[in-house]
Design a protein around this ligand. Structure first.
Ligand code: ADP
Ligand code: MG
Length: 897
């Protein structure tokens, strides 16, 4: 498991520090001091052969001279000695080490590698090297050299920078923000962000996880862990280090548009993580998400005693994409009844400068009951006319009562007490009501709730199935790419591009390649014969932007004009780009669609996250307009629609003025098709269609570029080696004949299987459910089933089996592998009336086959001792069955692959 022994490391019962010196400013000395100061309850030892005393503790000379085996070893010695210390600690039985020291180097032959190897020998976990250490306030453990220790609380912080972690601790201390844990991960030799996400996702004390990220190394592992964690609790990230993309990568528009930072944005969004811009916002956001549930909508009602501040709040709200709530005539009437006539009459509900606690209470009562808002912001500007404390007290009581009544449906109430003292703030805080220094902060807080809801909704969404009518000719596409590769070419020629797009059912305008003006005239004649006009373009794989060199001439109407244009275009290109290889001209039919929108879409390759899909406003000025959005591949129709919705040009796709709307789903469908192309053919390195013309009749590609090349696989596994999030693994669909005339169709589970799973569970007896889940199961919520059905097909895989005769779901088998892909844990559930007929056997064989192909070394599982049918089956499948010494009711079964 990626969380293997992590709890020993983070919540150890005993700690030893190796290193340190009595000198002031010694890192080891500071850590010893911090451990003592925090009053760690477990055992503490210091190992150092050179001194008699470090920070009041008398060191022993070697680890094995301690009177106990330290669960956690903290190493601050010079780097050369680190591997040896780890080896010794491992031999003694330590669970893990934090390597604070830097300078262990990287890669083969380095001290880092030696340290890693030593740890692996004993199954020890390592944090660092080059880190600040860890702080676990709940366990009173400060194994770091930070100047301060935060108080205990419910935020977990995982930081790639030690300095930032230390800075955040200071900041948090000033604001009384508490932590469940802070881990400075350093170089992530072993324990990485993914492991810690797994750990804190399951940690009951942690309500939200904060990340400070500089760079993600293992994108697939990160995405898996992040998606799982974000389903359970808010995950918020600050990402710094806006590094430049490696040079030479962008030979297409999409390549240029897919900047590193935009790709990180897309990755976080896909993972359900909320990205904020700086540390201050990170805390604000964590505070809000930690205290309030995200409302289902984004309509904010504002209650204020100052008109100006209310208007400022509305402006900010609209700017950030929120909606000011509308007051219905009924609600207005209710407010009229309790407020003086001078109130504003609309949202913001300005109840005027002399408002006292009773007036606040009366108005707030009405707004809390109003169904036309999703949240309420209470603004108070201190005046000499009313007591801020009294108002705060009344609001707190009212909100507390309301929350009791409304339970989990209670809408969020946010507050600003401008100019109020600490006692007011305390009063609100202790009532669990977040309060902000300014209306700006409060509105931002509300929008954090909204955006958090959006990312999680996107994560939990049940996407529609792939349109079944789409059947690409993968073979034909492959042949085109293979030909180009065996010619040693990087770019496809225009005819190959047209064929490739057509193999994926993307229409392209009729296109011909002419090597000289005569041939151009001949092709043009064919186009004129159809009554269309002609476009000529330069055909050169070295010219990315044809218009730039005068290489595009539109709307030619005679053969003479075509001949002259062909000669001119080639001459211009030779003059302006003497270096370019010119293959002639492209002859195209001119598309005349007065109301067509010009769009760009394409694929690019990110060094970390693999294939990304880009969409935006197209034409020759794309880079300048820069209206684009990107998403990690693969996409389904819903994700494609979401991607489009994030651009400004998306608003032009609907009807406006006398322009009819673009054909329904025509544009997102092209994105899905491109994404599928990337799934099928990894050798497509970069692709863009610019422009794609879209109108009420559909879409047509007019210009496209495709770069191909062989790539080293980025991620593990046999397929989708270039996707941080795996696509649906359709190659695992199987028709299985279990017995004569009993045919079963098994396939990887899909989110849309949720209703079928519900129906299936009704056919499973309570006792069978208990044998599977080890606990009585009464109710299956959407959340619960979503976690079973929405898999990343990377670490988790599940197959569902359908009876081919009835189409009913009759069984599920799943496997969850550890993050290092060595061992997988399986579970299986069958319809109770179909047990003992060979279905379980067939599904187990399928999951074993799958585990083998993934390169796992073993499959294991926990089985209740009373579940003799399962134990028998395991034995006959070759599993080894052992008792669990800690839990007598459970047997551990294991199959080496
Ligand atoms: P490049 O992007 O290399 O400059 P394009 O082939 O995209 O060259 O042509 C530039 C512009 O000319 C397009 O954005 C489009 O507006 C217009 N155009 C090109 N080909 C056609 C065509 N066949 N029908 C209509 N317009 C075209
Ligand atoms: Mg173009």
């Amino acid at each position: 498991m990626s969380t293997y022994r992590l709890s020993n490391l983070l919540l150890p019962r005993s700690v030893a520090l190796v290193g340190g010196s009595p000198r002031r400013g010694s890192v080891g000395g500071a850590i010893v001091g911090n451990i003592l100061k925090a009053e760690f309850g477990g055992k503490l030892g210091v190992v150092n052969p050179h001194y008699h005393e470090i920070n009041g503790v008398e060191p022993v000379r070697r680890l094995d001279q301690l009177s106990f085996v330290p669960e956690l070893v903290i190493i601050t010695t010079p780097p050369q000695s680190t591997p040896e210390i780890i080896d010794e600690a491992g031999r003694l039985g330590s669970a893990g080490a934090i390597i604070v020291s830097a300078g262990l180097g990287h890669g083969a032959g380095s001290l880092a590698e030696a340290a890693e190897r030593a740890a692996q020998k004993y199954g020890m976990r390592l944090i660092g090297p080059d880190c600040l250490g860890i702080m676990m306030p709940g366990a009173r453990l400060n194994a770091s050299f930070s100047a301060h220790m935060p108080c205990a609380g419910s935020l977990a912080l995982i930081s790639q920078s030690g300095a930032i972690a230390a800075g955040m601790v200071d900041w948090a201390a000033q604001r009384g923000v508490g932590f469940s844990g802070i881990v400075s991960i350093g170089d992530q030799l072993d324990v990485d962000i993914g492991d810690l996400l797994d750990y804190f996702a399951l940690d009951g004390r942690t309500r939200a996880i904060l990340l400070y990220v500089e760079e993600i190394k293992d994108a697939r592992k990160f995405m898996s862990a992040a998606r799982a964690a974000a389903r359970v609790k808010p995950v918020v990230v600050v990402k710094s280090g806006r590094t430049a993309r490696g040079a030479g990568a962008a030979g297409t528009h999409t390549g240029a548009l897919a900047g590193v930072d935009a790709v990180y944005d897309a990755a976080f969004r896909r993972a359900g993580i909320l990205r904020v811009s700086d540390l201050r916002e990170l805390f604000d956001c964590a505070e809000t998400l930690g205290r309030l549930e995200s409302p289902p909508g984004k309509r904010l009602a504002i209650l204020t005693n100052g008109g100006g501040i209310g208007v400022l709040a509305v402006d900010r709200l609209v700017e950030l994409g929120g909606i000011p709530a509308q007051l219905s005539p009924e609600v207005r009437a209710k407010l009229d009844a309790v407020l003086p006539r001078t109130w504003s009459g609309s949202n913001p509900v300005d109840i005027v400068g002399d408002a006292d606690a009773a007036r606040y209470a009366a108005a707030l009562d009405v707004l809390l009951a109003d169904r036309d808002n999703d949240a309420i912001l209470v603004l108070t500007v201190q005046t000499a006319l009313a007591s801020a404390e009294e108002i705060a007290g009344t609001v707190s009581r009212l909100v507390a009562d309301y929350r009791k009544r409304a339970g989990r449906w209670a809408k969020p109430v946010l507050t600003v007490w401008a100019g109020a003292g600490a006692n007011v703030v305390d009063q609100l805080s202790s009532a669990g009501i977040p309060n902000y220094p300014t209306e700006d902060d409060a509105v931002l807080g509300f929008m954090h709730l909204v955006r958090h809801r959006e990312v999680v909704d996107e994560l939990m969404q049940v996407p529609p199935a792939m349109p079944t009518s789409f059947a690409p000719d993968v073979e034909a596409a492959r042949r085109i790419i293979d030909t180009a590769l065996s010619d040693g070419r990087q770019w496809l020629d225009p005819i190959e591009i047209k064929q490739l797009l057509e193999a994926y059912e993307i229409a392209m305008v009729p296109t011909f390649a002419a090597s000289d003006p005569d041939q151009a005239v001949a092709y043009a004649a064919q186009i004129f014969a159809r009554g269309a006009t002609v476009v000529l373009k330069i055909n050169s794989r070295d010219i990315v932007h044809k218009s730039d060199v005068g290489g595009v001439v539109l709307n030619l109407t005679s053969l003479d004009a075509v001949r002259t244009a062909a000669i001119d275009i080639m001459a211009r290109a030779r003059a302006r780009r003497p270096d370019a290889r010119i293959s002639g001209v492209i002859v195209q039919e001119m598309v005349v669609r007065a109301k067509a929108r010009e769009l760009i879409m394409g694929l690019a390759d990110d060094p970390t996250f693999g294939t990304v899909v880009v969409f935006g406003r197209g034409g020759t000025a794309v880079e300048i307009i820069n209206d684009k959005a990107l998403a990690l591949a693969p996409l389904d129709l819903q994700l494609a629609r979401d991607l489009i919705g994030r651009t400004r040009v998306s608003r032009l796709l609907g009807a406006y003025r006398d322009v009819p709307a673009v054909k329904q789903d025509a544009v997102p469908m092209v994105l899905v098709k491109l994404s599928q192309m990337a799934v099928d053919i990894v050798e497509i390195r970069e692709l863009d269609i610019n422009p794609l013309l879209a109108d009420e009749n559909g879409v047509t590609a007019v210009d496209a570029r495709v770069a191909v090349g062989r790539v080293a696989p980025k991620f593990r596994g046999k397929s989708s080696v270039n996707f941080a999030v795996r696509p649906y693994p359709s190659r695992w669909e199987r028709h299985i004949e279990i017995r004569e005339s009993w045919r079963v169709f098994a396939r990887p589970i899909r989110p849309e299987d949720e209703p079928a799973i519900h129906a299936f569970l009704r056919h499973v007896t309570p006792n069978d459910l208990r044998l599977r889940f080890f606990a009585p199961m009464k109710e299956f919520t959407h959340q619960f089933i979503a976690r079973l059905t929405q898999l990343d097909y990377a670490r988790a895989m599940a197959f569902v089996a359908f009876d081919e005769a009835t189409n009913e779901l009759i069984g599920v088998v799943r496997i969850h592998s550890d993050s290092i892909y060595e061992s997988g844990e399986y579970a299986i559930l069958l319809r109770s009336d179909l047990k003992g007929k060979g279905l379980g056997w067939a599904l187990m064989q399928l999951i074993i086959e799958y585990a083998r192909s993934e390169g796992l070394k073993e499959i294991s599982g926990d089985v209740l001792r009373e579940n003799s049918i399962m134990l028998d089956m395991c034995r006959s499948l070759g599993f080894e069955v052992k008792s669990d010494s800690h839990e007598p009711d459970i047997c551990k079964v294991r199959l080496r692959l």
